[in-house]
Design a protein around this ligand. Sequence first.
Ligand code: NAI
Length: 505
Amino acid sequence: MTTLDTRALVAVIGAGAMGSGIAQVVAQAGHRVLLLDNRPGAAAQAIEALARQLAGLQEKGKLTAEQREQTLARLQAVDTLEQLAEAGLVIEAIVENLQVKQELFARLERLCAPGCVLASNTSSLSITSIAAGLSRPERFLGVHFFNPAPVMALVEIVSGLATDPAVASALYEAAKAWGKAPVHTRSTPGFIVNRVARPFYAESLRLLQEGAADCATLDALMRDAGGFRMGAFELMDLIGHDVNYAVTCSVFEAYYGDPRFQPSLLQKELVDAGRLGRKSGRGFYDCSPNAVRPAAAEAQSAQAVDRCIVEGDLGVAQTLLPRLEAAGIRVERRPGNGLIRVGEAVLALSDGRMASERAQADGLDNLLLFDLALDYAKATRIALSCCAGASVQARDQAVTLFQRMGLVPSLLADLPGLLVLRTVAMLANEAADAVLQGVASTADVDLAMRKGVNYPQGPLAWAGAVGLPAVLKALEHLQASYGEPRYRPSLLLRRRVAEGRGFYD
Ligand code: NAI
């Protein structure tokens, strides 16, 4: 099998949130689709709901009347498994239960033609395990859509131990033909996205737990400096803490308790309290309809600043220079190690150490660290942290400098790696380990994180933009500060730095 043409009949089992979305995608792409659910009437109801959605798309001009009619005509609700016998592809999206899925595929195997591809949309079960009881596991694989399936472009094509590579590549091509962005991945816990995304939540949770700042400030920094669409707390409130915590626990357990994936007690407490986020009206935030979101903290200063000294190259933060000049700040350039001096203050991009550690080690009084930004030319907010013993005047001068550049400064407690830097370093580290372990290619890991969770950059490309040596240093410093293997750098990152290469070279 090299491809799956639109003449192939597709069966979708499970007419819930995912199954009905998948049925829509596949029918819109030109396949006839049979939809089955074991709840009587559920498949027909799902098609009625799809009809309403397609009508909505037509009203918005995203679909012609003809396309809507043809798509609907291709969708058929069926009542029995036997009616799926002619399918060329079966996609299962039923309850997330290994035994129930195994039993379903065992029945399908007896029913469907030998050339029929059997696929599961599971997000957390092992494709290898589901296939274990099958007599022809080579035609079985994971086809993991993201919610909502018609909107999210990513599809993880998941190969189990026995999956025939030709079957995986046929489904990859089919997903492309459906207008999706497929990636190949091996069946490992969390596949790509649910594994590599763990630090996105974990680092914000940890900073909150350690008193860095409140949720609103950390979320605002992730958006306005990190370029993420949402901060971790608002995103977890949206996903639901029960779901997000369960995914973290399942990945943590599946990796035999690797501290990289350790769940957060803060999140467990919310789950225990029934504060599940939007679905229960309260999570980290009050999610009730008229609730007012707390404002992010903003440092204030009464100091005037009209000049600064930039020593050496600021590296990835070099694009702050045009902003300084545009703000009318007189910039004196001197050789040095990437510092900005303003009044009494010394400013540097975080290298993963706490400001106080670095001030002491490098003999810098009045040191303030600033965080990584996705794009310093466009960021509207920046995190700062201050070393112990810094003068109020120094702090205020640093704050004013960023304010003059149009960046809202938020002061965090002095913790290693600030927020965006440590999150991006940990995302890239996990992504690097996924590549090292052969879970997926560099390009596919980055594509998966951009298309599956809307990251503004793939973590590996982002690490390249920051500079791999700087990312490695940040991780080494985090590991030293915490004394925990959680922050151990991936061997692939170490190797690439030693070779002087990037992830894409
Ligand atoms: P859901 O609860 O909305 O829908 C499941 C549907 O399957 C229900 O309509 C149920 O009646 C039906 N069903 C259950 N057992 C069945 C059986 N033995 N035979 C036929 N129909 C059966 O669940 P949802 O969210 O659509 O998830 C389905 C699958 O997709 C799960 O494996 C889940 O892990 C996976 N998934 C879910 C995502 C999500 O965000 N909800 C994202 C990606 C994957």
